[in-house]
Design a protein around this ligand. Structure first.
Ligand code: NDP
Length: 399
């Protein structure tokens, strides 16, 4: 019998929902790269239910208990007295989500002698110290592609919300007002603008693809160029670096992982290279932007708007400057955990568990670390020495 320790975000403040606005979600069989969506032997949930919060349990309880395993689900993840730390020494499997990450630091891994598998229910395992996991022989896996398109939709929404000044106009309605000029004095069309993505991986290229019909100029920078046919299909212009790309952009979207090369990439200097009045959308990781430099750029008018769903630290403290800075469209870390995305990553988590307990290979594309080294998707996207050490960066109180 194994203990499966699962850390999920809290239920809604008013309790687990008794009903949902829609009766079903679309069935998606394949991702754009041809890979099939998760295919566990069975699921014990209805797609479209809230699965990512504590009562949703990722739909795993029946499966785990019928197989004789113990499933512990908690949102209490930080500090020595947390349920997560208390249970860790007995856990064989840890499941966590980037939206509410249970940081698996080297110190915590050292207290977990039975730990064999760390699953990210979603994408982005930078909350796990991959070096320490590899040395301890722990397999790290995530549900690759499960929420990439969800994030790309959020990016497009945020770009339009900023450029068209949607949020202040909505607030005008709620406040009982009708001053059209107040709403439109900062409202533009996206059409004709130059939009650039920093990184054109799964999310960045999906953003480019979704924005193409808006008749904008598309640009990207990445460590590798897109294939010629993709570049010409999208009509996207490649730039050698973010610094070289941003001066001509009206809108910049950041879709690169957090690693030493990208940490604080958007500092005072980079923001100063941007066009006056540009918009910046960051759904990648909060630390890619310098918090105070963003605030100053909004206050001075260098940036016309900033939006995203990733913060530093997370959860963001009540007095985080990004909550109150002008012209922002921030949300909590939600873009990859729509009900639609949850159905996919819950099924993917179940698929990984089924493989693990049946001693079958886990899908190559889901693997980040295996057999003491980076593997699968991890070998392409991650570096054991280039990670944030299991959340050390995200947990630090000061930038
Ligand atoms: P991918 O691995 O598909 O793409 C990442 C891309 O970034 C790759 O093409 C990579 O290049 C490129 N890259 C890495 N470093 C740099 C750099 N210094 N400059 C330019 N490009 C760089 O990842 P996804 O698109 O799926 O996800 C991107 C990030 O989005 C994740 O790392 C995660 O942090 C974040 N994310 C956020 C979510 C949310 O809910 N807000 C949910 C999911 C992901 P190459 O590999 O070619 O070298």
């Amino acid at each position: 019998m194994a203990m499966i320790l699962c850390v999920l975000y809290d239920d809604p403040v008013e309790g687990y929902p008794p009903a949902y606005p829609r009766d079903q979600i679309p069935e998606i069989e394949r991702y754009p790269d041809g890979q099939t969506t998760p295919a566990p032997e069975a699921i014990d949930f209805t797609p479209g239910e809230l699965l990512g919060s504590v009562s949703g349990e990722l739909g795993l309880r029946k499966f785990c208990e019928q197989a004789g395993h113990e499933l512990v689900v908690t949102s209490d993840k930080d500090g020595e007295d947390s349920e997560f730390e208390r249970c860790l020494p007995e856990a064989e499997v840890v499941i966590s989500q980037p939206f509410w990450p249970a940081y698996l630091t080297a110190e915590r891994i050292a207290t977990a002698p039975k730990l064999k598998l760390a699953i990210t229910a979603g994408i982005g395992s930078d909350h796990v110290d991959l070096d320490a996991a590899a040395k301890a022989g722990i397999t790290v896996a995530e549900v690759t592609y499960s929420n990439s398109l969800s994030v790309s939709e959020h990016v497009v929404m945020m770009i339009l919300a900023l450029v068209r000044n949607y949020i202040p106009s909505y607030q005008q309605v709620i406040a009982g007002g009708w001053n059209i000029a107040d709403c439109v004095e900062r409202s533009y069309d996206l059409e004709g603008m130059q939009v650039g993505t920093v990184a054109a991986g799964r999310i960045g290229s999906a953003v480019l693809r979704r924005l193409k019909p808006f008749d904008v100029g598309l640009h990207y920078t990445d460590r590798h160029r897109l294939p010629d046919e993709v570049e010409s299909e999208l009509g996207a212009t490649f730039h050698e670096s973010a610094a070289e790309m941003v001066p001509a952009m009206d809108v910049v979207t950041i879709n690169a992982p957090l690693h030493p090369e990208t940490e604080h990439l958007f500092d005072h200097e980079m923001l100063g290279r941007m066009k006056r009045g540009a918009y910046l959308v960051n759904t990648a990781r909060g630390k890619i932007c310098d918090r105070d430099a963003v605030v100053r750029a909004l206050e001075s008018g260098q940036l016309a708007g900033y939006a995203g769903d990733v913060w530093f630290p997370q959860p963001a403290p009540k007095d985080h400057a990004w909550r109150t800075m002008p012209y922002h469209g921030m949300t909590p870390h939600i873009s990859g955990t729509s009900l639609s995305a949850q159905a996919r990553y819950a099924a993917g988590t179940r698929e990984i568990l089924e493989c693990y307990f049946a001693e079958r290979p886990i899908r190559e594309k889901y693997l980040i670390v295996e057999g003491g080294a980076l593997a699968g998707a991890g070998a392409h996207s991650y570096s054991v020495h280039g990670t944030v050490g299991g959340g050390g960066v995200e947990e630090a109180p000061e930038e």
